[in-house]
Design a protein around this ligand. Sequence first.
Ligand SMILES: Cc1cc2nc3c(=O)[nH]c(=O)nc-3n(C[C@H](O)[C@H](O)[C@H](O)COP(=O)(O)OP(=O)(O)OC[C@H]3O[C@@H](n4cnc5c(N)ncnc54)[C@H](O)[C@@H]3O)c2cc1C
Length: 434
Amino acid sequence: MPHSVSSNDTPDLPAAPFHIAIIGAGIGGLTFAIGCLKNNVSYTLYESAAKYSTVGAGVGLGPNALNALNMIDPKLRTMYNDISSGNLTPNKDHVMMDALYAEPNFGEDRGWVPAPFGASSYDRTSAHRVDLLNILTSMIPRETVQFNKRVKTIVQGDDGVTITFEDGEVVHADAVVGSDGAKGPTRGFVLGDKWPEEVKATYSGKYVYRSIIPMDDALKILGHHAGDAESFLGKDVNFITFPISRGTQCNLVAFKFTKDQVWTHDQWTKRVTKEEMLADFAEGVDPRLVKLLDWADPLQWSLHHHMNTPIYYNGRVCLLGDSAHATTPHQASGAGQCIEDALVLSHILGKTARPADLVKAFQVYDSIRRPRGQKVVRTSQEAGELYSFNHAECGEDMDKIVANFRQRFLWIWEHDLQADLARADELLSGTSKV
Ligand SMILES: Cc1cc2nc3c(=O)[nH]c(=O)nc-3n(C[C@H](O)[C@H](O)[C@H](O)COP(=O)(O)OP(=O)(O)OC[C@H]3O[C@@H](n4cnc5c(N)ncnc54)[C@H](O)[C@@H]3O)c2cc1C
């Protein structure tokens, strides 16, 4: 049954059977809103900020994420092509990254040759997050979004969900999809009663410094390495570089692993001095990598994740994106999982005819998306051990680590999303059971 959408493009459709409140306009909420538009699902998107985000650094998308974008709307995939960058060196289209040592001379002194990992199914692409957000927001009718709307409480009743915002406004929706990020309030509502210990994201044992370097400068410092995606591995450190902004900028993420230490700062970011930042990489790191930190804000971004999420919904309130499965970035897959969530949930809601069926819809989404989303979180943490020479089996053995990298992403990249949608259809129609 077609649903009407709050959009000028579709004025003549019949009245919507239900209305969804989407909380949060990050990559998850925006791609889900576009999926709702495509599936004629009525929604309003509420965002706490005064406007769409204009901050962020590089983000890489694997073939699964690109397929999901294409399946949500082929226009998204085309627009992504225009803003993304591959490796600048020819014939490295299918190389995710080269593995090098972070130590002086990048391992050359011990005879190490940069080792590529990727797959024929993988095309190297990454983009500036702001460019990605811009193409997403260009697809969303302005009248379906409300800014300055910070959700304070969510209360569920027999006939839907009541949301109270910090400005005092109260709205009612048939269901809520919380794409409000790792720290948003929806997760507490979904898990708080039964699994209070799983509500808060936990510190993953590492923080990062981030910088974007003009490509001309990066090339002067790193030579040809700057133009390609590279991972420089060291004991308790890892530097990732890749081109963004159509090759005009080099994105750097510098990881510092803190092992069993806890994150004691009250915020997830902590400002330090430049000297403190450099002290994190004082030993065993090639000075060229340290030089790239000249462009970094000395701000530690702690990495938190949701290792366990026992369920993605509570009645008519459902989690999507980082609110469900915040992950460390070692497999470059967090945003990709948001987009997969958006594809699957918008498809399911497009096939849902009555408010009374919304709980079943969320149950079907949970059964398809949660095992995969949570596996990404778990395996990403393990990937971090590999990048920092802390993996129990591979340790500092780069040959073993690279062999692992050449296999470990395939299940993420080559996943059959059409099969997910077909499975959703079977579960919804009752031809198979959750
Ligand atoms: C260093 C780093 C590198 C990464 N690299 C990659 C990569 O290469 N590839 C990849 O796929 N992923 C990557 N990720 C992960 C990716 O960035 C995230 O998974 C993704 O951006 C999460 O999107 P989201 O929409 O779920 O949440 P968010 O982007 O956190 O958006 C949540 C939104 O909800 C709003 N909100 C919060 N609370 C409220 C409230 N109470 N009321 C209303 N609105 C609210 C916020 O303002 C925000 O706009 C990386 C992450 C990090 C930290």
